[in-house]
Write a protein that binds this ligand. Sequence first.
Ligand SMILES: [Zn+2]
Length: 65
Amino acid sequence: MQMMCPNCLSQDLRTSRFRIADLARILILQLPVRCRNCQQRGYAFLHQALRLPGRKVTRRKHSGH
Ligand SMILES: [Zn+2]
């Protein structure tokens, strides 16, 4: 079942950055997600969140260290 944003009903969600306040949610197997359409932050169950694309990892290239 696809996650939907509770605010705008968009399905364009991604996993969000963890915060201390998220710990209680994580204990009940929920992960923070953010809607890419309206930026609403919410929570998804672990098995749903793991299917989301997640935020893009932008690795900085180390130039001749
Ligand atoms: Zn939304």
